[in-house]
Design a protein around this ligand. Structure first.
Ligand code: KG4
Ligand code: ZN
Length: 327
């Protein structure tokens, strides 16, 4: 079995995965949403302190599996430097104490493999990753053949939901809060401009839309009734930005299979709209189980099974965090 640890942002999680069967034997996650909520976003130093409390608590519960472990895996890139260190330090301590090899896992590859928890992999695959840190499209042929074809030039899709929720004083994380508020709103009430709609470039940008929403919120003032329409119109345009760029991309790269992964892949409006643009191609839509869309250690364990099988271990002293690495 492999023990895997995730601490790249505000979720402390540990999983145990059986190598041969890929079965998820144990998974526990402690989220810090409540603690960060009053700040309207993740406070890195607070997150690090909370990981230092939560990870040892979860580790207590997996002690019965120590005798069955063949390796320790940990998210080492990308993420917040101060929180990645918490997981990596713990992984190194376990590896030394139990004399096990260590495996460093890229968090973004983790999100891709959230599709394959307790399952075999399916490739080739076009992947849309939408999370708090990333908005990008990748062509994935295998674990080691991942090509990024589009990414955000500034804010990410999930981050823009967090920022809009903060402007409205709703709390954190903003995605589920905005989605709920938008349900009964008028999606066409506010005519926000679709980012980069005139640009031939296949890329994403959310800072302009965020600023347009800020003006609308300011204009609404105390009239909170309008927040529903602002949220609905924002969600509509944020999603339309993605579907317009994907449609453009599909013209030269017709999709066979498209997966949406990452915390914001839980968004129902986005899922529905993407399903629509796949129809003309008869392409299949793949999604992770809802509980594995947001950050977790099961996806890290699933990547680690592949890396274990090819003996991709790293010397303990050589395992460094790479907070800004990308795919
Ligand atoms: O993947 P994740 O858990 O963490 C990162 O790796 O960043 O993604 C968290 C992000 C947050 O920005 C959160 O607001 C967003 O995913 N999110 C959503 C929804 N649920 C979570 N965004 C839009 N709609 C949702 N339903
Ligand atoms: Zn993530």
């Amino acid at each position: 079995m492999i023990l895997s640890i995730e601490s790249s942002c505000d979720d402390s999680a540990i999983a145990i995965t059986e190598i041969e069967t890929k079965k998820l034997v144990f998974h526990k996650k402690i989220s810090q949403e409540v603690e960060h909520s009053i700040y309207g976003g993740v406070v890195p130093e607070l997150a690090a302190r909370l990981h230092a409390e939560a990870l040892p608590k979860i580790l207590e519960q997996v002690k019965p599996y120590y005798k069955d472990l063949k390796a320790v895996a940990v998210t080492s890139s990308p993420g917040l430097a101060v929180t990645l260190v918490e997981g990596v330090t713990m992984a190194k301590a376990i590896a030394i104490a139990l004399n096990l090899p260590i495996i460093g896992v890229n968090h973004l590859i983790g999100h891709i493999y959230s599709l394959f928890i307790e399952k075999e992999t399916v490739f080739p695959l076009t992947v849309l990753l939408v999370s708090g840190g990333h908005t990008q499209v990748m062509e994935v042929k295998s674990l080691h053949e991942i090509t990024t074809v589009a990414k955000s030039m500034d804010d990410s899709f999930g981050e823009s939901f967090d920022k809009v929720a903060k402007m409205m004083g709703l709390g954190y994380p903003g995605g589920p809060l905005i989605q709920k508020l938008a349900q009964d709103g008028d999606r066409l009430k506010y005519n926000f401009t679709v980012p980069l709609h005139q640009s031939p470039q296949i890329a994403f940008s959310y800072s302009g839309l965020k600023n347009a929403v800020r003006l609308a919120v300011e204009e609404a003032g105390d009239n909170k009734e309008l927040y529903r329409d602002i949220a609905a119109s924002f969600e509509h345009i944020a999603t339309k930005h993605i579907t317009m760029k994907l449609k453009k991309y599909f013209k030269s790269h017709p999709p066979k299979r498209l997966a949406i992964v990452g915390g914001a892949s839980a968004n129902l409006y986005l899922r529905g709209q993407i399903q629509e643009i796949l129809k003309p191609y008869g392409a299949e839509l793949l999604l992770s189980e809802l509980q594995y869309c947001s950050d977790n250690a099961a996806m890290i364990g699933r990547v680690a099974v592949e890396l274990f099988q090819e003996r991709s271990f790293i010397k303990i002293a050589d395992l460094d965090i790479l907070p800004k690495s990308s795919l």
